[in-house]
Design a protein around this ligand. Structure first.
Ligand code: ATR
Length: 272
């Protein structure tokens, strides 16, 4: 049976085995997908062991996405630009392809939620690894503009420069954003993990807009609660992005696109 695994540290919280097992059932693929805790400094030997035992592919979660980037012998363009790899695939010639499906997962989930991106003005909040991973797929949707803002402005400026040749992308200081000019605001910061808000002006929120929080939780996230209370038309959390990135990895490994909706419903029920 073809073997797949997700590596992380910690890993007990990972929903990936659940998601991929449902995908495999849905598409009648004979495969096994498990979770494995790799030691903090031991990604390389864990991956070596897995692939030399015949493993076909793996997902990589924190803190190993940069180790996986180094491990790959070939990189997709989106992985190169993300500077991080969340999916590895053993190639027929013995090489290891590194890809990053996080951004496509976000885009697919936005589209599933009927959120138009083409021609729209998007604000991306945060300039860490999570932000960097989604910029190229967002620009590929041809938004009118993608503005990156961050508590530390210089990091937003660096990201805007890095992606300048791929579309209309710029940076702006948080305190200069006081007009409700955006159709979609995407929160990629880790502020919510400690119950904090990223510090956006309230005046950005309007009724005909969408706010997307890349994190998720059983209850509404801090950012989405803030946006909803200020009257945002729609708020969406990142559970669908998790399913979307998994679907894209599955597609890379198996050549089949599984359906996200049913899996997302089951996952949401499990979270409650
Ligand atoms: P990740 O890989 O999840 O993106 P990261 O690289 O540590 O993690 O980046 C975290 C992001 O969340 C950064 O943009 C960070 O802002 P700074 O660059 O100014 O540090 C942002 N962030 C974290 N906590 C925040 C908070 N309380 N308010 C605003 N932004 C916050």
């Amino acid at each position: 049976m073809d073997k797949y695994v997700v590596f992380g540290n910690p890993i007990a919280q990972s929903k990936s085995p659940f998601i991929h097992t449902l995908f495999a059932r849905q598409t009648s693929q004979k495969m096994e997908y498990t979770a494995e805790l790799a030691p903090a400094d031991g990604f390389k030997s864990a991956a070596d062991n897995f692939f030399s035992a015949g493993g076909r592919g793996c997902n990589i979660t924190a803190p190993f996405k940069e180790d996986a980037y180094q491990y790959a012998t070939q990189l997709s363009e989106r992985a190169k630009l993300a500077g991080a790899v969340n999916t590895l695939k053993k190639l027929d010639d013995g090489g290891i392809l590194g890809d990053n499906t996080d951004g496509e997962g976000l885009v697919q989930d936005l589209l599933l939620n009927q959120v138009e991106l083409a021609g729209k003005r998007i604000l991306l909040v945060g300039a860490g690894g999570a932000a960097r991973g989604v910029i190229l797929p967002l620009l590929a949707q041809n938004p009118a503009e993608l503005v990156i803002t961050n508590r530390t402005l210089s990091k937003a400026q660096q990201l805007a420069e890095l992606f300048a040749s791929f579309g209309s992308v710029s940076s702006a200081a948080i305190d200069t954003l006081n007009q409700p000019n955006f159709d979609v605001i995407i929160n990629s910061t880790s502020a919510g993990l400690s119950g904090q808000l990223p510090g956006l002006p309230e005046s950005l929120i309007k009724h005909d807009m969408v706010c997307y929080d890349m994190v998720y939780s059983a209850q509404i996230t801090a950012f989405n609660l803030w946006a909803r209370d200020l009257g945002a038309g729609k708020v969406v959390d990142g559970l669908g992005m998790l399913v979307g990135q998994a679907a894209e990895s599955f597609m890379l490994w198996r050549g089949l696109r599984p359906g996200a909706k049913q899996v997302l419903r089951e996952l949401r029920r499990m979270l409650q």
